[in-house]
Design a protein around this ligand. Structure first.
Ligand code: FES
Length: 321
């Protein structure tokens, strides 16, 4: 696990009615660790929750990190706490940056697609592509007419003569953004980087696959997992078996497997609690699951799962712990 870093909130600024940008400066050192565009940090709240936020600060300036936080109407204490409780000067713990959404290092054209607050990791890519003068198009779907981060988008657009961007404003998910029309203009397997809600990502990915893109060229990061409604039985016992000890633990299909394991004394670290960060990922060697995450692929699912949101499907599941 990453070492935690103590930081102080140096600045909070509204980028729109419901999005705050927050600058964090280190307390014990002068500089913070390096990161690449697309990276995020874990933000450790005083009440114990952990949430991930993408870094939007300049890659080359390690004196501070900056994140952008949307106030979610259904917040369980993460974004609401930041908007309503945190103030400049407060001390927070964060993880070192991690990157599950890294830019490829070719010099090929890149297609960046953002839905709402999904602009945050994309913004970091946009700035890094500007530094490299790499060809890129940005498509940005957003609800509010006062477009968050538009000043930075303009700044890097002016800097990169090979860039082009379009915004789509309105209350619909895509607001006139026609992914099929966009992809028709591109070579098949142009690298696509898409970040937004699960539904938004599914819209982009389904169309790209239908137009012969292969999965490795569709890079995605989700900030909200639209988990499938499962028909689960809450009256039949299933069991987990711990491979190293042979211990058997009973549970219901509706139970949260990570919580069951934690109660039984097996420490399963959790962060997003919705299958989008990978913190809780475990291996299993027998049994079947309803996988609900947004990060593992079909091959991974043969041996790995995220116990924070996956549900047991078979009578018995052997966990490699
Ligand atoms: S805690 Fe994030 S995937 Fe399980």
């Amino acid at each position: 696990m990453n070492n935690l870093i103590d930081v102080r909130i140096k600045q909070m600024r509204y980028e729109s009615d419901n999005i705050l940008s927050i600058q964090l400066v280190p307390i014990h050192t002068k500089l913070l660790p390096h990161f690449n565009s697309g990276a995020h940090i874990d933000f450790h709240f005083p009440h114990g929750k952990v949430r991930q936020y993408s870094l939007i600060s300049p890659l080359q300036d390690r004196r501070y990190y900056e994140i952008g936080v949307l106030k979610e109407p259904q917040s369980l204490g993460g974004s609401r706490y930041i908007h309503e409780q945190l103030r400049v000067g407060d001390l927070i713990k964060i993880s070192e940056p991690r990157n599950l959404f890294e830019l490829d290092d070719t010099d090929q054209k890149v297609l960046l697609i953002a839905g709402g607050i999904g602009i945050t990791p994309i913004l970091s890519m946009w700035s890094s592509l500007a530094i490299d003068q790499r060809k890129c198009d940005l498509h940005y779907c957003i609800r509010q007419p006062n477009i968050p981060f538009i000043d930075r988008i303009d700044e890097f657009h002016i800097m990169n003569r090979n860039s082009h961007y379009v915004t789509y404003i309105g209350n619909q998910q895509t607001n006139g953004f026609d992914i099929a029309a966009v992809l028709q203009q591109e070579k098949v397997n142009t690298h696509i980087y898409v970040c937004g809600s699960g539904h938004f990502i599914q819209y982009v990915e389904a169309q790209a696959l239908a137009m012969q893109w292969t999965k490795e060229f569709i890079h995605k990061e989700c900030f909200k997992n639209p988990m499938t409604e499962l028909l689960l039985a809450s009256d039949q016992e299933h069991s987990l078996e711990i491979a190293s000890t042979g211990q058997k633990i009973s549970l219901l299909q509706t139970d949260n497997i990570a919580e069951v394991l934690n109660k039984a004394g097996y420490v399963v670290p959790m962060s997003c609690e919705q299958g989008i960060c990978g913190t809780c990922t475990l291996r299993y060697t027998g049994g079947e699951l309803h996988h609900q995450d947004m990060i593992l692929n079909e091959t991974d699912h043969l041996t790995m799962f995220t116990p924070c949101c996956s549900k047991i499907k078979s009578q018995h599941l052997i966990i490699d712990l």
